[in-house]
Design a protein around this ligand. Structure first.
Ligand SMILES: O=P(O)(O)OC[C@H]1O[C@](O)(CO)[C@@H](O)[C@@H]1O
Length: 560
């Protein structure tokens, strides 16, 4: 029988596993990464693994066999396996919102699924029904069976959504650009800043544009405002269009049927999903409609299958050989024992341009928490700041700080062994840079090496001594490298699922609820109030003097 997951408690620095790791950390600082590589030829073999088409090299971290054993002990002490099984089984592990967490069910294969019952509903049956609806619709749009109100084929798809209803589909469409339908141009509008929508509307023809209004709640202020503006734009600019023509140009993706109806979208044109899909975990649901439109349903299914392969690995592999668990534990080591406060994501693949932004929401909205699920204030650090950009661009911007700055920032390098283009020479140059950076972070360059180099160039001794401190690289800077054969729907699915499960494992270890986001509420409430003060009659603002002053200036400007 399934064991119920225990409620998560705060990770205590007094726990036996935590203390053992702290003690161990004090001994590891004696050895640099350079020493560890110099004294052990088998390091790469020991600290690397393959799963679901991905390869992870984590040898360039300040870890030893003992470190990994102690980290796995911590994971067991924190019940990672029990919590994982509870998530897959549909237990309501999101206890602050009383919800199951079942994004993994969205990518389970069609044939092999047994019923999975949540609140009396077989979620597998629901999922498959919506997948069929998505299949039929995306085929129709791509094959020109679905056309605009005056018979023209759709040429532009505009996804209007924000957060998880934008970052996932946008990142995936960009990453799978080579698979995109030639006729369809994808656009993503998220910001309430009218410049965002304006930039898209000014390039599109209302007669051939399809809007996908994507919002789990269908109440998010930004999305609702953009959707209303797009609706008015359509009615004003599509020649001879009537209200009833909106049906050919507006579809919705949401859990909120009532609000979708109230907006004027026909229920047949609504693609539902469910409260057990968190926004930042929703690209596998109908929120992925833009992806399926862009790359076709077959490729979308491949994307789901790639994620499912990682799910199976996560469910079955022992902790010691479990890629998401290892990635999570390395992160815990860096954050809680080595003291790093951020993690830089460096995809050496231009098509993963939006991957760091996607991970920002995934990890920071999930684990940017200060209390454990039982309400206790955490005494240890949780999620680091996630940031980054594609290589090689980052090298010419912020890598200086990563090499010689005063903070040690771990880096996740991500690369594909084969490119999706056919241009000669570029790919070897790209991979060379990727591997060179992780080697440079690890090795650094000592004073003796710098001196010898400058002497060989014939520099005067005085100049050598003056330049020496500036040209030393401390090294001993950690990184992971994740390789895939090629960026495909399946490898991308596996990559995203890897980070989802990494995030989950870290949340369990810290003891936080990775599936709520109460921290975004306060600003939303204040914004609604301030908007009334900016454009309405309510001038009786009771804010601090700074906020009052800013409101007064903006109100005056808006009224001119
Ligand atoms: O899909 P919705 O309901 O519009 O929400 C968008 C985003 O807003 C958030 O709730 C945060 O404000 C995210 O978690 C979510 O992805």
């Amino acid at each position: 029988m399934q064991r119920a997951a225990p409620n998560l408690t705060a990770l205590q620095s007094t726990s036996a596993a935590f203390q053992a790791l702290q003690k161990h950390h004090a001994t590891t600082t004696k050895h640099t990464l350079r020493d560890l590589f110099a004294t052990d030829d088998g390091r790469f073999g020991e600290f690397s693994l393959e799963a679901a088409g991905l390869f992870l090299d984590y040898a360039k971290n300040t870890i030893t066999t003992e470190t990994m054993a102690l980290l796995c002990r911590l994971a067991r002490e924190r019940n990672v396996e029990i919590q994982r099984d509870a998530m897959f089984a549909g237990e309501k592990i999101n206890t602050t919102e009383h919800r199951a967490v079942l994004h993994t069910a969205l990518r389970a294969p069609l044939k092999s699924t047994n019923p999975l019952i949540v609140d009396g509903q077989n979620v597998h049956a629901d999922i498959h029904e919506v997948l069929q609806q998505m299949h039929a619709f995306t085929d129709a749009v791509r094959s020109e069976k679905w056309r605009g109100y005056n018979g023209k084929a759709i040429t532009d798809i505009v996804n209007i959504g924000i957060g998880g209803s934008d970052l996932g589909p946008k990142m995936v469409c960009q990453a799978l650009r080579p698979f995109e339908h030639a006729r369809l141009t994808m656009h993503f509008v998220s910001n309430v800043d009218g410049h965002d929508l304006d930039a898209v509307l000014s390039q599109t023809n209302p007669e051939t544009t399809l809007f996908v209004i994507a919002s789990k709640t269908f109440t998010t202020m930004e999305t609702m405002m953009n959707a209303q503006t797009a609706r008015s734009w359509f009615l004003q600019n599509a020649k001879g269009a009537k209200e009833s023509d909106l049906a050919q140009h507006f579809v919705a993706v949401s859990t909120n049927t009532q609000a979708v109806k109230a907006f004027g979208i026909h229920p047949e044109n609504m693609f539902p999903f469910w409260d057990w899909v968190g926004g930042r975990y929703s690209v596998w649901s109908s929120i992925g409609l833009a992806v399926a439109l862009a790359v076709g349903f077959e490729q979308f299914s491949e994307f789901l299958a790639g994620a499912h392969a990682m799910d199976e690995h996560f469910r079955q592999a022992p902790l010691e050989k479990n890629m998401p668990v290892i990635l999570a534990l390395i992160g815990i080591w860096q954050r809680n024992f080595c003291g790093s406060s951020s993690l830089s994501i460096a995809p050496y693949h231009q098509d993963l341009l939006n991957f760091a932004s996607y991970l920002q929401q995934l990890e920071m909205e999930s684990n940017g928490k200060q209390v454990a699920l039982d309400g206790e204030l955490l005494q240890i650090k949780t999620c680091p700041v996630i940031w980054g950009n594609v290589g090689t661009n980052g090298q010419h911007a912020y890598f200086q700080l990563l090499h010689q700055g005063t903070d040690i920032t771990p880096v996740d390098f991500i690369a594909a062994l084969h490119p999706s283009h056919t241009l000669p020479d570029h790919h070897a140059a790209l991979l060379a840079n990727c591997f060179a950076q992780s080697e440079a972070f690890m090795r650094g360059k000592t004073a003796d090496e710098v001196r010898a180099e400058m002497q060989a160039k014939g520099l005067a001794e005085t100049e050598i001594e003056a330049l020496l401190p500036h040209r030393i690289f401390p090294g001993n800077r950690p990184s992971n490298t994740i390789l895939m054969d090629k960026l495909t729907p399946a490898s991308l699915g596996a990559l995203i699922a890897l980070y989802e499960h990494k995030t989950f494992v870290q949340g369990v270890i810290w003891g936080v609820n990775s599936f709520d986001q109460w921290g975004v509420e306060l600003g939303k409430v204040l914004a609604t109030q301030i908007r009334d003060e900016l454009v309405g009659d309510n001038t009786n603002a009771h804010h601090d003097s700074s906020t009052n002053g800013l409101i007064a200036r903006a109100r005056a400007a808006l009224q001119k």
